[in-house]
Write a protein that binds this ligand. Structure first.
Ligand SMILES: Cc1cc2nc3c(=O)[nH]c(=O)nc-3n(C[C@H](O)[C@H](O)[C@H](O)COP(=O)(O)OP(=O)(O)OC[C@H]3O[C@@H](n4cnc5c(N)ncnc54)[C@H](O)[C@@H]3O)c2cc1C
Length: 304
């Protein structure tokens, strides 16, 4: 099925200005590089999202779900298929005491601020993670000793037959930066979280402290996807990369951050090729020196 035909079939369900052809992905991802997606579809609400997903599955059209694009690296050849963007309109949140029901497109920073105002604690660790809640569940995002799996009660998702699943946290196979959703290609559509209770001022204090720590140690003002590599067992990727003398190393516009060696940043005009070449040098050098093979945490998608 060609893209024109898919676009035509999508239009009964979604406004034309929400179905973009040949959309550059550098403007939609935090790394600010990568080629274009054949189609970039932005459903306005959860009902549209369901219709879009159903059609793409029915037509056997390759597609990828994207939250905030803060852990995605698109190759320079772009993506042959449909990128479905979850954000505004798919971000409703309801607090019922310590329980939160949320749609996947809500931003983690916005959600943690809202929880703070409601006097609900537990999301402080997430206030500086620039992802969506859906992306955080998929990745089991975490920081400063907390991770989203500590708070998840259950996750609703649509499988590849279009059937709704409702999984309890213990069935989500959460691990370090991993979940069942990274293996089964289901689309996360609703998340139930259990928070604690505290005074908003105390929650805010913790958020401010964590933000200051993050700002001091991480290159938050440069395009990146956060920590490029997963933490190896018993060590830190940043420490191993620094020890290998790779801080500040550049390939084209890609650079190992001089501030935090665990981050590869786009220092200006990087192509994804630059990032991949730099990643390869880092992995090979670290493996030679330490015997540890670093695995990327960043999700690399698309065509060369
Ligand atoms: C400056 C910076 C700091 C960061 N700090 C941290 C940190 O401290 N801790 C941490 O864990 N991460 C961190 N990250 C990485 C990133 O923000 C997290 O991994 C985040 O959870 C990704 O969410 P996202 O919405 O951007 O996901 P995306 O990048 O859009 O997607 C990531 C993956 O999730 C899938 N996905 C997204 N939404 C859904 C859905 N609804 N259903 C099914 N699959 C879905 C995508 O297909 C993709 O495979 C950082 C990134 C940056 C740029």
């Amino acid at each position: 099925m060609n893209i024109e035909e898919i676009k035509r079939k999508l239009l009964p369900y979604i406004d034309e200005d929400r179905v973009l052809e040949h959309e550059p992905m550098d403007i939609h991802t935090s790394f600010r590089c990568g080629g274009s997606a054949d189609l970039y579809v932005v459903p306005a609400n959860i009902a549209e999202l369901f219709s879009v997903r159903e059609l793409l599955l029915k037509e056997g059209m390759p597609h990828i779900i994207m939250g905030n694009g803060s852990n995605l690296l698109f190759l320079d050849g772009g993506y042959r298929g449909v990128v479905v963007k979850l954000g505004e309109g798919i971000d409703r949140v309801r607090f019922e005491g310590n329980i939160v029901f949320a749609e996947p497109g809500v931003g983690l920073a916005a959600l943690s601020r809202q929880a703070m105002k409601e006097g609900r604690s537990g999301l402080e660790f997430a206030c500086g993670i620039p992802g969506s809640l859906g992306g955080a569940v998929y990745m089991n995002a975490g920081a400063y000793g907390g991770s989203i799996s500590d708070l998840v009660v259950s996750v609703a998702s649509l499988n590849s037959y279009g059937i709704m699943q409702d999984r309890k946290a213990e069935d989500c196979e959460f691990g370090y930066r991993n979940s069942i959703f990274a293996k089964n290609e289901e689309m996360i559509v609703g998340i139930k979280l259990q928070l604690g209770e505290d005074l908003p001022a105390r929650i805010e204090e913790r958020m401010v402290e964590l933000t200051e720590r993050r700002n001091a140690k991480q290159p938050v003002n440069m395009p990146s996807a956060g920590s490029f590599f997963k933490r190896p067992e018993g060590d830190f990727a940043g420490r191993l990369i620094e020890e290998a003398g790779l801080k500040g190393l550049r390939v084209g516009g890609a650079m190992v951050s001089p501030l935090h060696a665990g981050f590869i940043v786009n220092a200006g005009g990087a192509t994804t090729r630059d990032v991949i070449d730099l990643m390869t040098i880092v992995r090979e050098t670290v493996a030679e020196r330490s015997g540890i093979v670093l695995e990327p945490e960043v999700q690399i998608v698309g065509e060369e």
